[in-house]
Design a binder for this molecule. Structure first.
Ligand code: NAP
Length: 394
């Protein structure tokens, strides 16, 4: 009888036969899950465990069935089972429903979006040495301009706020401005940086870089940088050293900071100098896709949304609507997100098995269209066929 994962004193207690809720998602989501799930189950079985995946509704399929995009029972299942995996969910631009992904992250307080980026040999890349990219992005997931506090141009709310700013704070805006708020707190910034530092210590990473735009947004992004250095010096004094006082050969983790625009350049020109990156929400959204591009694109980019005792794993990409139902999208990002999930369960051996099988599949010349189209003469492999090849190699 499959059992629920529990959490005791902040630590996950994972039975060998856990129940893992699954949101298949919109667009390419369901077909990617069909291709990915067998490999994850096989790797678990091969290492002596048995996962039971529990489908839970969300997105357009859920809305068509019972009128709700994100049923409360789905959120409760994600919360109470502790670890789950999801496909992409669609969000309309400029109106309509708010992002379900953001809603899930906020409701479950999944405050860190963690995206490891490295290159699978053989995957085509626009840069000369993609193997030099080995970074893990920790993106703050609950605050910043993503908090969803905004009002349309000339709305009564925006005009009222503009009136308040003018009368109380002496700030004059152009008439009819749309307004958004960028809240960033010490507590949320520090817990994100703390998670990044803990990861760097546990995985023996050489550096943690705080990525911010604090030269312009001094009291939000600038404060993120200061709070980050504070966590390092107050809570990780023995394990870390700020870049400004590090001597050559110092074995401690170097904590540095970079302004976001410079960081985009650094990732292209000097990628080997960066390892763990911690940053506010918007910087993290942009930078993780840019890094994904260096290592093969969104089809290869895994991710996880982590809170304290709750985790939802998901690929970095969206619903890729133009590929939905065509059996061409790359399931690697979801397969690799599943491997991260297996690591998170404490099953690193199973996660490694999935990663090794995927690497071997690519090395043997199987690639979906997003990759094959960049290699002259290469024949693309379908979504399901790619998943089956990975499965064969487990
Ligand atoms: P997207 O779905 O990620 O697609 C952008 C492009 O990335 C695609 O056109 C395709 O590039 C490539 N791509 C993405 N996934 C791929 C895969 N598995 N295999 C191969 N190529 C892949 O981004 P979008 O078009 O901006 O967003 C579409 C919808 O997804 C929106 O409703 C958005 O809100 C939502 N979204 C959801 C999430 C989430 O659920 N976490 C994240 C991002 C976006 P080419 O055109 O070059 O082939």
């Amino acid at each position: 009888m499959p059992r629920k994962i529990t959490c005791e004193e902040g630590r996950l207690v994972v039975p060998p036969d856990p129940i893992i809720p699954v949101i298949e998602g919109d667009g390419v989501g369901p077909e990617l899950w069909r291709a990915a799930a067998p490999a994850l189950s096989a790797a678990s079985a091969k290492t002596g465990r048995a996962i039971s995946f529990l489908p839970v509704p969300a997105g357009s399929a859920a809305a068509e069935k019972n009128g709700e995009h994100l049923p409360a029972a789905t959120l409760e299942a994600l919360r109470s089972h502790r670890v789950s995996i999801k496909g992409p969910l669609a969000t309309p631009v400029g109106g309509g429903i708010r992002s379900l992904n953001v809603a899930i992250r906020q409701a479950l307080d999944l405050y860190a979006c963690v995206r490891p980026v490295s290159h699978v040999p053989g995957v085509p890349s626009p840069v000369k040495e993609p193997g030099k990219v080995d970074m893990t992005v920790f993106r703050e997931n609950t605050e910043d301009v993503y908090a969803g506090i905004e009002w349309p141009a000339s709305s009564p709310e925006a005009d009222a706020l503009a009136g308040f700013l003018a009368s109380e704070l002496g700030v004059k805006l152009k008439p009819g401005a749309a307004l958004g708020i960028k809240p960033m707190t010490e507590a949320a910034s520090k817990r994100l940086v703390r998670m990044a530092l803990r990861f760097a210590v546990a995985e023996r990473k050489p550096s943690v870089t705080l990525v911010h735009k604090g030269n312009i947004m001094k009291y939000t992004e600038g404060a993120f940088r200061s709070w980050g250095y504070e966590v390092a010096s107050e809570e990780f004094a023995a394990e870390t050293v700020p870049e400004s006082s590090a001597l050559p050969g110092d074995g401690r983790i170097i904590v540095k900071d970079r302004i976001a625009d410079n960081m985009f350049m650094q990732t292209l020109l000097r990628p080997a100098e960066y390892s763990v990156l911690a940053m506010p929400n918007l910087n993290g959204d942009y930078l993780s896709d840019a890094l994904a591009a260096q290592t093969g694109g969104l089809g290869m980019a895994p991710g996880a949304n982590l809170g304290d005792g709750v985790a939802v794993f998901e690929a970095t990409h969206g619903t890729a609507p133009k590929y939905a139902g065509k059996d061409v999208a790359n399931p690697s990002s979801l397969i690799l997100s599943g491997a991260l999930m297996l690591d998170h369960l404490g099953w690193r051996d199973a996660g490694d098995l999935v990663r090794a099988a995927l690497k071997q599949t690519v090395a043997d010349g199987f690639m979906t269209n997003d990759l094959a189209r960049q290699i002259p003469g290469a024949e693309p492999c379908g979504t399901q066929a790619f998943g089956a090849e990975v499965l064969k190699r487990i």
